[in-house]
Design a protein. Structure first.
Length: 747
């Protein structure tokens, strides 16, 4: 290429545009090549890939880096003769009508009700990442922001990214600096998706923390930042320059209403992750008993594992409550915590009895200030002709005076509040300490905001406060004990806050407030022992041990996207094979996955994608088997994030089960853990963890049960030990979940 004096990226992309075949070598991990590959896929070019098999680990690196994401094959070679022969044998120029992405991805979907942006987030919650996400959530894209979180979405496919890009008007990818954990794998994925978006002609911003040596291909798309503040400024400036087409504030008609016949390409199962389908979820959400109880109760703690549907319930509650014009909803979803400051405060010489007062005061301030913020947004977002009444004007006057304290995002308010408490330890006398805590937490604001909110919200049928994303900073480490104290303080204070809003006297009006907290079950299991009367906690556990209920989730989604003349049974009969490996299709699905909605949706979406890409009119048995392989890889990667980073042995432990029998004794499991170099003191931890993430089922009578939560696991293991130590001692027996058979090659 003649590149002198020209834009490098434009010259390269113009040459790719002119070509009918894009051939690349992926022996080495190269961000430039990966970006160009993504661009070529986005331009629907015929792709041809080679890998030098003489290079050690090249094939393994390709499988690990590209295969799960792209699902494409490659040609192996050892020298230039091999390479040219393979190219001449494959003759890719004779099949230019076979791009990686099918025809369905060539046209953009109709625009959503709100502007949409895809954000590729790293697994590390750095200050810059927290700032970037807060900027995006506060921007015009906030209502339809799609966050690709590698912890929640560990193995996204090319089709998933293409689907999200079709509805996005901008893309932000956040790279890691070269010395940060997981940088190489994450940055290669970001390079490919950025190239794909560039090929789709969507505006792209690539952010990276210095030091960062930018690949030459996308230097002009990249902005580096030294601090979180500079990251915020760069992103805010870029967002302000994006030209987003105007749209009417209404829901678009469903495409299925125009389709007369059942078509695999128009079949939509929605998204495995609820946050990615917040605008469509209420069209096919299954209203379970947990949902109804959360809607009716004054205080509720919804507990469930990752992927069980906590966020889906929150979104459904939000949508249902918004339909009532006399309701007010406040969503509290902190992006990140500053736990080191909190640890220092709680670790100081503070009387233990005063810690409870500190935490209660902290939560009261944060919750009531967030409620005030939501009321401010409600009043100021009205059309200009709807003026504020007298009570609202008084509230707005107070807000303006205290805007610096009240208007900051939730995580910043928490950070500032915690920072203000540094140094209060060692005060003489509890009363002095309490006074200082109250002073530094702006406790005077709690009373005044409560007084002003009463007249504004007293006429509402319901004021719902929904608190989620409390696991943002949760992870094994020396801060967990203090963080658990903070979270337990929240569970204790919600009842007091709800009671306070119910009271009415000379300075405050009664408000019908309900509080719902969504919490991961592993976090709840850690903090539950702190409860003196555990049976009195308003707990609602999400469980999916009923296969009929799980299949209803799929049926409802199929019905939503199909023409109305079809029922669920006829859709199953026309779209999916009757049997897979000799099992009825629904039995095959239930026996293949961990029993959660996210897993079932992922498996069937992959099966449909495979069938569409292969040009099939319906999903075949082989399509289902290929989807099972991809699902097995996905679930394997997803549970790796559950490891304790201080131990960091889970991946090694899992690989030790490769090729094993499906049923194992406790001694066999301990032996495999020893081979993975797990210390004797950590073996029990990893057995519990493998049960908690659904990898191991525990023998119970004549069957193996996969526990739904940590408390059930404790009970099942205790009974198993008791039974094994009976009159004729035997060993506890466990079964590997079939979801992992493909990735670990277990028969």
């Amino acid at each position: 290429m003649a590149i002198s004096g020209k834009s490098l990226v434009r010259t390269i992309t113009q040459n790719i545009d002119r070509a009918e075949v894009f051939a690349c070598d992926l022996t080495w991990k190269n961000s430039n090549v990966t970006f160009e590959l993504g661009y070529a896929i986005g331009r629907f070019k015929r792709i041809w890939v080679s890998v030098d098999e003489s290079i050690q680990n090249a094939s393994k690196d390709f499988q690990r880096t590209y295969f799960g994401l792209l699902g494409l094959g490659y040609s192996e070679y050892q020298n230039h003769h091999d390479l040219s022969n393979k190219l001449l044998i494959d003759v890719p120029w004779r099949s230019i009508d076979e791009p990686l992405l099918g025809e369905i991805y060539r046209n953009n979907k109709p625009r959503l009700e709100y502007p949409t942006l895809l954000y590729l987030k790293p697994s590390l919650a750095t200050d810059a990442v927290i700032e970037a996400e807060e900027v995006l959530r506060a921007s015009m894209f906030g209502k339809s922001l799609i966050v690709d979180d590698p912890i929640e979405n560990p193995s996204p496919s090319l089709e998933w990214y293409a689907e999200k890009l079709r509805i996005s008007e901008a893309v932000v990818v956040h790279l890691l600096s070269h010395d940060q954990k997981h940088a190489e794998e994450h940055n290669l994925k970001c390079s490919l998706v950025a190239g794909l978006a560039h090929g789709f002609q969507i505006p792209v911003l690539m952010l990276a923390h210095t030091p960062f040596d930018p690949p030459v291909d996308y230097q002009k798309l990249l902005a580096t930042h030294e601090t979180a503040a500079s990251c915020r400024a760069t992103l805010s400036r870029w967002l302000s320059e994006i030209d987003v087409p105007r749209r009417r504030q209404r829901r678009l008609p469903l495409p299925s209403s125009e389709v007369k016949e059942l078509d695999l390409r128009s079949l939509s199962l929605g998204e495995p992750i609820a946050e990615h389908e917040s605008h469509d979820l209420d069209d096919y959400f299954i209203e379970t008993s947990v949902y109804y109880r959360a809607m009716e109760a004054r205080t509720t703690i919804v507990v469930g594992r990752r992927g069980t549907g906590k966020s889906a319930i929150l979104i459904a509650m939000q949508n249902a409550l918004q339909e009532g014009h006399r309701n007010h909803i406040c969503i509290i979803k902190p992006v990140g915590y500053e736990t080191s400051g909190l640890a220092r405060v709680l670790g100081e010489i503070i009387d233990f009895s005063e810690r409870g007062f500190l935490i209660e005061s902290l939560w009261k301030f944060l919750i009531i200030s967030e409620l005030a913020r939501s009321v401010f947004d409600m009043i100021t977002s009205r059309p200009a002709q709807l003026t504020a009444n007298k009570e609202e004007e008084q509230f707005l006057d107070y807000w303006k005076i205290n805007e610096e304290i009240l208007s900051a995002p939730f995580s910043q308010r928490l950070d500032r509040a915690v920072t203000s408490l540094i140094g209060i330890g060692g005060l003489s006398g509890n009363s002095a300490q309490r006074a200082r805590i109250s002073e530094r937490l702006h406790s005077e604001h709690i009373r005044e905001i409560r007084r002003l909110l009463g007249p504004v919200l007293a006429g509402r049928d319901k004021v719902a406060i929904l608190i989620d994303n409390l696991d943002g900073s949760w992870g094994p480490g020396h801060h967990v004990e203090y963080l658990s104290e903070l979270l337990w303080g929240l569970l204790e204070v919600v009842e007091n806050i709800a009671d306070d809003f119910q009271h009415e006297d000379f300075y405050r009006k009664r408000m019908n407030v309900s509080l719902t907290i969504f919490l991961r079950s592993d976090i709840f299991a850690f903090i539950q022992p702190k409860a003196a009367e555990q049976d009195k906690l308003p707990i609602q556990r999400i469980e999916w041990d009923d296969s009929e209920l799980l299949l209803r989730v799929i049926d409802q989604r199929l019905l939503h996207s199909a023409p109305k003349k079809y029922n669920a049974d006829s859709i199953w009969a026309q779209i999916f094979p009757k049997e897979v490996v000799g099992l009825p299709i629904k039995t095959f699905i239930i026996q293949t996955i961990i029993s959660r909605p996210r897993e079932a949706i992922y498996l069937l979406k992959e099966a449909v994608n495979v069938a569409i890409n292969r040009g099939h009119q319906s999903v075949t048995e082989n399509d289902m088997l290929r989807a099972r392989e991809k699902y097995s890889e996905y679930i394997f990667k997803s549970i790796l994030s559950e490891d304790d980073p201080r131990k960091n042995k889970l991946e090694a432990v899992l690989y030790e089960f490769a090729g094993c029998d499906s049923i194992l004794s406790s001694k066999e499991i301990e032996g495999r853990m020893t081979k993975a170099q797990v210390g004797a003191s950590d073996i029990e931890f990893y057995v519990d963890l493998l049960c908690d993430v659904g990898f191991l089922g525990i023998q119970s009578g004549n069957e193996f049960r996969f526990p739904s939560h940590e408390s059930e696991r404790q009970t099942l293991r205790r009974i198993a030990r008791q039974m094994a130590g009976g009159n004729e001692p035997t060993e506890e027996m466990y079964r590997v979940n079939p979801a992992f058979y493909q990735i670990l090659q277990i028969e």
